[in-house]
Design a protein around this ligand. Structure first.
Ligand SMILES: [Zn+2]
Length: 241
């Protein structure tokens, strides 16, 4: 092979290496992602709080790792959350009370076993109401996640209603949105690191029917950003990483 040919081949190899290197660097790796997330939480970090652990998706596509078991702390009554965000929830409930708003937690951390139980009993209820078993399973999954795919299993979610509401209803329903408690949460939940996770307009994206009662902890920075973006967590997350 002539020197000229070798030179050309070398140049081509170098060019290819440069392209590969550039592409690899355009796709953020996990370390870059974590660094960016930590930088975004800078304001919280200045107060000595690391909330970067809370910024991850849990859904049909991204189940929790097997055996994920958070350390728990009480939020209200028997209800518990991941101990790293329980204080945020308690502070939010206290702030609401100071504004004359009585928030009532009706679900928080759920074990994998409890999740399975809930899914089965809800499916059975739909069958009892006249749905065919296959249809009942499908409908149940629109409202209750499979074990390991629920934010409740991570101790990161709260279902919040009001005391009055709970006394007059058998179940959670979307008309909770007509309460002053819901309006308070719309105005204030992000100040405590929570987002309303399953908005009305995004049922096809989140895979869940509208749940004005379900709030998910993501930390202060992202709660504000996601709320202001008007996007569901799935879209926001994918657009930013
Ligand atoms: Zn929920």
């Amino acid at each position: 092979m002539s020197t000229k040919k070798i030179f050309i081949i070398n140049m081509i190899m170098l060019a290819l290496a440069a392209i590969v290197f550039t592409v690899i660097n355009l796709v953020p790796n996990d370390a870059d992602k974590l660094k960016q997330i930590q930088e975004n939480y800078a304001e919280e970090a200045q107060k000595g709080i690391d909330n970067s652990w809370a910024y991850f998706l849990i859904n049909e596509e991204f189940p929790l790792p097997d055996g994920y078991t958070p350390e728990l702390a009480h939020v209200q009554g028997v209800y518990m959350m991941d101990e790293r965000c329980a204080e945020y929830a308690k502070t939010m409930i206290e702030a609401a009370a100071a504004d004359g708003i009585d928030l009532c937690v009706v679900s928080a951390y759920r074990s994998i076993e409890k999740q399975q139980e809930n899914l089965e009993s809800y499916t059975q209820r739909l069958i009892n109401e006249g749905h065919a078993p296959e249809e009942a399973e499908k409908l149940a999954l629109m409202e209750i996640a499979e074990p390991g795919k629920s934010e409740h299993n991570a101790g990161l979610a709260l279902d919040i209603l009001t005391y009055d509401w709970w006394e007059t209803h058998d179940d959670v329903t979307a008309d909770f949105e007509n309460t002053e408690e819901f309006l308070w949460l719309q105005e204030n939940a992000h100040k405590y690191g929570f987002i309303m996770r399953y908005p009305k307009e995004w049922e096809n994206t989140t895979g869940y029917t509208y749940e004005p009662w379900h709030y998910r902890f993501v930390g202060l920075y992202y709660a504000k950003e996601i709320r202001n973006s008007g996007l569901p967590f799935e879209y926001y997350y994918k657009m930013n990483f």
